[in-house]
Design a protein around this ligand. Structure first.
Ligand code: NDP
Length: 320
């Protein structure tokens, strides 16, 4: 870190600006912790890349992801949160719970009594041009968020892990038919999940099958061209929805070797709380949750992180 520059000290630094980060900011600001939030390169996080959000409580007519994130930002600012565009590039957390140091954009150094990590996760995509073109217009990486829009229709889902199996059965309840595209000749998912898929009559499993192109009319998805990687046979499945469920990558590169994480990189928090292995450092939202991954659960853990930060500071101040 550059010791020549001016160092800014904060009581509470929040890294990441999805529902978890902003909710933590609302609570921390109302507790007078004067939080500063650094947005990361995608201010608003994953939800700014979706269209309609119909499952976040409080919006009876639904809301778009970008508008919801603007609302959350405005609410955090209303109580005095300072929202800054910037990206954490280096962290140096004090193992004994002393002052934590975070470098922003390689140039600015911040010390903080508490740090709330809400850097989220990034959905993995196949990398097809047509997938990007129709993202939000039939292509989705979240069945629970977007499945409802395909009620009674035929859809396809890619993936063979627990997420794909869970999302396929979720979609099967809403949709007429679910085509499950599996690139190998077997699932990766647990036996129980595979059993659930197998016993759902409107899921058709296509083994050794890869999506080659999402077909559309220029506006929305109308099908998917698939190829059997054993026979090289190609065909188009008529679907209006295309779900990608091939995993997520938690945004935790910065914390490798510093914070406890599982083998896939998700931060490990202590049971039922948001505390990490370093006192004064908390983690909330998708960066520590590979199971629910919902805006509302992220917001819930954001609230927890701020309350825990506040209690941590109060205990420290009173010499506990
Ligand atoms: P996983 O990494 O377990 O599975 C990803 C799946 O996507 C694999 O089947 C993989 O295929 C497939 N895949 C990856 N890249 C491509 C590609 N380019 N084209 C086609 N298919 C591809 O991710 P999950 O999100 O399913 O699960 C992550 C973790 O979360 C796991 O540990 C899982 O057990 C856990 N989880 C638990 C749940 C629960 O307990 N209820 C629910 C959801 C997740 P291949 O098998 O060929 O590599």
């Amino acid at each position: 870190m550059n010791i020549q520059q001016e160092v800014e000290h904060l009581q509470c630094l929040i890294i990441g600006s999805g529902p978890a980060g902003y909710t933590a900011a609302i609570y921390a600001a109302r507790a007078d912790l004067k939080p500063v939030i650094y947005t990361g390169i995608v201010p608003g996080g994953q939800l700014t890349q979706t269209t309609d959000v119909d499952n976040f409580p409080g919006y009876p007519n639904g809301v778009t992801g970008p508008v919801m994130m603007e609302d959350l930002r405005a609410q955090a600012e209303r109580f005095g949160t300072e929202v800054r565009f910037g990206y954490a590039t280096k962290v140096d957390f004090a193992k004994d719970g002393g002052m934590h140091t975070v470098e922003i954009d390689n140039i600015k150094t911040i010390t903080a009594d508490t740090v709330i990590i809400a850097t989220g996760a990034t959905a993995k995509w196949l990398g097809l041009e047509s997938e990007e073109k129709y993202n939000g217009f039939g292509v989705s990486a979240c069945a629970v968020c977007d499945g409802f829009f395909f009620k009674g229709q035929d859809v396809a889902i890619v993936g063979a892990g627990d997420t794909a199996a869970e999302e396929a059965t979720y979609l099967a309840k809403l949709c007429n038919k679910v085509h499950m595209l599996i690139r190998r000749d077997e699932f990766r998912a647990s036996k129980a999940m595979v059993h659930r898929v197998m016993s759902t009559s409107n899921i058709e499993i296509h083994y050794n099958t890869e999506a080659e192109e999402i077909v559309g009319d220029g506006q929305v998805v109308t099908g998917v061209r698939v190829k059997n990687n054993q026979t090289q046979e190609e065909k188009v499945l008529d679907v209006t929805g295309f779900f990608v469920a091939i995993g997520h990558t938690p945004n935790t590169d910065l914390f490798k070797g510093i914070l406890d994480m599982d083998e896939t990189g998700y931060l490990i928090t202590k049971p039922n709380v948001t505390a990490t292995n370093i006192p004064g450092v908390f983690a909330c939202g998708d960066v520590q949750d590979n199971v629910y991954r919902q805006a509302v659960t992220a917001a819930g853990t954001g609230c927890m992180a701020a309350l825990e930060a506040e209690r941590y500071l109060a205990a420290k101040e009173s010499g506990e």
